[in-house]
Write a new protein. Structure first.
Ligand code: EPU
Length: 417
């Protein structure tokens, strides 16, 4: 298991280029199941989760080739309808093949994802929606087995907005007969990206990016050639890296419009931010001010940026209240940040972070993807050396992370173990 070693205290300076969004690329790859033929997806980040999705599509009988930032997928032959446990346990987003497989072949068998480090993460809303569209669902031996001779449109209300749930049902509805309404749907930019990709395949979708999405089923879809949006969470992570190191960084190839809530919060902490349509310049202040955040579905503050923002608040002036409303166990980074000298107390869903003068480097352990990013940020700002263990979490979601930080002047290296 590789480790990352950081010698903290360097002001980051220079330019960094943002990769394609993992959480947009994964559903668009799954969508390629829906149209028979060769699909090309551009601006795909080369990450472990992307490779896992490629292998899963390969297991279903599809051809897949991942090179540089392109994924080429051949979906003429679907020879298996099963996503086995080995894939789903490695990556929960494997569940995204459930809807497309069912819509294309009339049957899908997908291992039930268990809980994960950040929460229980049930998929009851995915299942409820498929049932409303006419699927028969059997849950047995740890698998969801869905069958439908014919899927029909339905009105589906989500008790809470779910990102992959909205994506799964939107994909399924493209080939169902009649009209589907998804109400209280997730509004994340990744949903809009998937809808745009599906429309380019011939789907009829309106309202993606709002809480009501209308899908009129069509008789068939063609393969796609589609460019994925830039990763807004990687963008936010580099914004925070510049902020926490008093840096001066220009972030290229990004979409500032997708990071608005986060940019607003950072400005309130005293960070200077200027942007045009695809570039952001960020300058960290000598002294950060504390700010409170509450994570919310988009366009609220993203849960995927909570851990990174907390790292920033550990050295801000004053006290910050950080409330996690999406996942019940997404404070695993707190114990590790405390090992570096942070003053944080958790009560229920709220962490109270009292800013300290400085963090001190320490050996720490990554527990999930975004927690790992927060430890990198803390390590960049800390006095001395931080060694982060279990960085495989990081490799799931950040492309060439050490190289990108090194380019900005960080003293960071990977230790192969
Ligand atoms: N939920 C249910 N029932 C369901 C589905 C969701 O109760 O059937 C609950 C969840 O337990 C959670 C809330 O709804 O409390 C929202 O979860 P959501 O379904 O939106 O999460 P997800 O689709 O599993 C995606 C991202 C996550 C990101 C969340 C929230 C992908 C592949 N994953 O997960 O990304 O944190 O949305 O924005 O898109 C990450 O990249 O590090 C990551 C964890």
């Amino acid at each position: 298991m590789d480790k990352i070693e950081i010698e903290g205290g360097t002001r980051l300076k220079g330019n960094v280029k943002i990769s394609g969004a993992k959480n947009a690329a994964l559903p668009v790859m799954a969508a390629s199941i829906l149209g028979s033929g060769e699909s090309t997806i551009l601006n795909v980040p080369l990450l472990r989760d992307i490779t896992t999705m490629g292998k899963l599509l390969g297991h279903l009988g599809m051809g897949y080739h991942l090179e540089d930032d392109e994924a080429i997928l051949q979906s003429e032959n679907i020879t298996s309808i099963e996503a086995p446990y080995d894939f789903v346990k490695t990556m929960r987003a494997s569940v995204l093949v459930l809807g497309p497989l069912l819509a294309r072949t009339g049957e899908a068998k997908v291992s039930l994802p268990g809980g994960c480090a950040i929460g229980a993460r049930p998929i009851n809303l995915h299942i409820m929606g498929l049932q409303k569209m006419g699927a028969k669902i059997l849950l047995s031996d740890g698998y969801i087995h869905a069958k439908a001779k014919k899927l029909h449109g339905a009105t589906i209300y989500f008790d809470m907005p779910t990102v992959t749930g909205t994506e799964n049902l939107m994909m399924t509805a493209t080939l169902a007969e009649g009209e589907t309404l998804l109400e209280n749907a997730a509004c994340e930019p990744e949903i809009v990206d998937l809808a745009n990709a599906l429309v380019s395949m011939g789907a009829n979708i309106e309202g993606a990016g709002t809480s009501i999405i209308k899908i009129k089923g069509v008789s068939g879809l063609r393969p796609l050639r589609y460019r994925i949006i830039p990763d807004r969470i990687e963008t936010g992570t580099f914004l925070t890296a510049a902020a926490i190191t008093e840096g001066d960084v220009t972030i290229d190839n990004c979409n500032p419009g997708h990071a608005e809530s986060f940019i607003s919060k950072l400005k309130e902490t005293g960070v200077q931010i200027r942007h045009n349509s695809s570039t952001i310049n960020v300058r960290g202040p000598l002294q950060l001010k504390s700010e409170d955040i509450k994570t919310m579905p988009h366009p609220g503050f993203p849960t995927d940026m909570q851990a990174q923002f907390m790292a920033l608040m550990t050295i801000a002036d004053g006290t910050s209240l950080i409330t996690e409303n999406i996942f019940e166990n997404r404070f695993m980074h707190v114990a590790e940040l405390k090992r570096m000298g942070a003053d944080i107390k958790i009560e229920g869903a709220t962490a109270t972070v009292k800013g300290v003068d400085f963090l001190k480097g320490a050996p720490v352990m990554a527990t999930d993807l975004r927690a790992s990013a927060s430890l990198i940020l803390a390590g960049l700002a800390a006095k001395g050396t931080t060694v982060i263990d279990r960085v495989y979490h990081l490799d799931r979601g950040y492309e060439k992370i050490e190289a990108k930080f090194e380019q900005l002047g960080a003293k960071i290296k990977r230790i192969k173990v």
